[in-house]
Design a protein around this ligand. Structure first.
Ligand code: GUN
Ligand code: FE
Length: 430
């Protein structure tokens, strides 16, 4: 089979860097290469060694750009590609005024298919090769999502949202239809090719107790599927949730009491948490998801990364499109850095780039498949130009270390720094 040798400055993380100088957590090869065939990385090493070893391979020279594992976005909404940048409100009004009316349109298969094309184009043009997405309530939207993911051979996770109250008529399922549709989608897409399913009760406010029960049954029947929802994003949301579920000890207890809280659970936002909720997250190994651009845009609050990490909790990081304001995981790091600065917490560049690659892979339990450039993993690779803009180029003239270069990329970079994105070894840009 055809072998390709990608030449460039190779950076791959093997552990989470513990401090800004932790060189044991990664390998950086200045004149490096990746040998790729059949969608997999066969070898990582110096260009000299690999060129000798694979003399017949086609060489693609990406020097002086950096080769890194493709970025992983652990929380975003596929039906919100035309919601991003909607003015003026915080969470509940934003959902009612902008988001719900837009998601109604995904009942239409043609619209879903058209938007799926745009959605996947945007992911890879921003360097993202794996994502965990909410589809709309309609089965059609999840079908369009997984069909497009398979067409592009991308490792994608997603699910149709379960929602049966507090939303417009055109966005409601029922406990029974939500259960049946989810079962059908799991059978059709979970573990097929690179697709994986996430059971997706949208959040406590939009599901009745009856629907939470069927969500719990789905989780029990499909322990290898992911589970995703939203938790404690906004004060009005938390108050309304307490009214709807008066017997729950706190917000997380709504999910916990229906059997949804496991290590396969991704909890978007997780900002305003009670001590008991943090204990429960630590015990169950569920994963909070930091969504910095969204939390700033909706004025939701400041995610306590250090506090949760200090409890041994593994935090993921994500864009949360369409409340998030950029598809770029680089811009997500940029805003995340600022959110942590406001709390006197630090995000150093080695940990930042580990987070959007291997770190998010670890949160998904997928680090043996994606998130690194180690031999035997899937060939999802991003090619990064640290001098993509005038501002970056000028600043790079004064950069002396890899960490400085990475910090410039994470602060000033966006899709202009994405020279190429390989998905299962195939270039996504012409
Ligand atoms: N909570 C419930 N649904 C949503 C959503 O679509 N976006 C955000 N940011 N929060 C939510
Ligand atoms: Fe969200």
């Amino acid at each position: 089979s055809k072998q390709t040798l990608l030449r460039g400055r190779v950076l791959s993380f093997t552990a989470e860097p513990q401090d800004p100088q932790d060189t044991s957590a990664y390998e950086f090869i200045e004149d490096g290469a990746l040998l790729v065939a059949d969608g997999m990385i066969l070898a990582k090493g110096s260009y000299g060694d690999l060129a000798q070893q694979a003399a017949d391979a086609e060489v693609i020279d990406h020097r002086p750009n950096i080769l890194m594992a493709g970025f992983i976005d652990t929380h975003l909404h596929f039906p919100q590609v035309q919601v991003i940048a909607s003015w003026g409100s915080q969470l509940l009004e934003w959902l009612n005024n902008y988001t719900f009316p837009e998601e109604v349109r995904f009942a239409d298969a043609g619209h879903s298919a058209e938007m799926a094309g745009h959605f996947f184009d945007l992911l890879t043009s921003h360097g993202t090769t794996t994502a965990v997405a909410y589809c709309s309530v309609h089965k059609t939207s999840a079908e369009a999502y997984f069909t497009e993911a398979a067409r592009r051979n991308m490792r994608m996770i997603g699910g149709k949202v379960l929602m049966d109250r507090n939303a417009p008529e055109g966005l409601l399922d029922t406990p029974v239809s939500g259960y049946d549709d989810t079962k059908e989608l799991i059978a059709k897409y979970h573990g097929k090719g690179r697709g994986m399913y996430a059971i997706t009760p949208r959040f406590a406010i939009t599901s009745t107790a009856g629907q939470m029960e069927i969500a719990g049954a789905l989780v029990q029947e499909h322990p290898d599927c992911y589970v995703q929802t939203h938790l404690s994003e906004n004060h009005d949301e938390i108050a309304f949730t307490a009214e709807l579920y008066p017997q729950a000890r706190d917000y997380l207890d709504v999910y916990q009491s229906y059997g949804l809280l496991t290590e396969k659970m991704l909890l978007g936002h997780s900002i305003h948490l009670q001590p008991r909720e943090i204990d429960a997250l630590a015990e169950t190994k569920a994963k909070p998801v930091f969504c910095p651009t969204s939390n700033l845009f909706l004025g939701s609050g400041l995610f306590d990364d250090a506090g949760l990490r200090g409890r041994g909790i593994t935090n993921a990081i994500a864009t949360d499109i369409g409340a998030g304001t950029s598809y770029s995981m680089l811009q997500t790091l940029n805003e995340g850095y600022k959110v942590l600065q406001l709390q006197n917490q630090k995000l150093h560049p080695l940990r930042a780039f580990h987070w959007i690659t291997r770190g998010n892979a670890v949160a998904l339990g997928l680090e043996d498949k994606v998130g690194t450039l180690e031999a035997g993993t899937e060939a999802d690779i991003v090619v990064l130009d640290s001098r993509a803009t005038h501002a970056m180029d000028l600043r790079m003239q004064r950069a002396e270390t890899l960490s400085e270069e990475l910090f410039i990329l994470q602060t000033l970079g966006d899709d202009r720094s994405i020279v190429q994105t390989y998905v299962a070894g195939q270039p996504m840009k012409a």
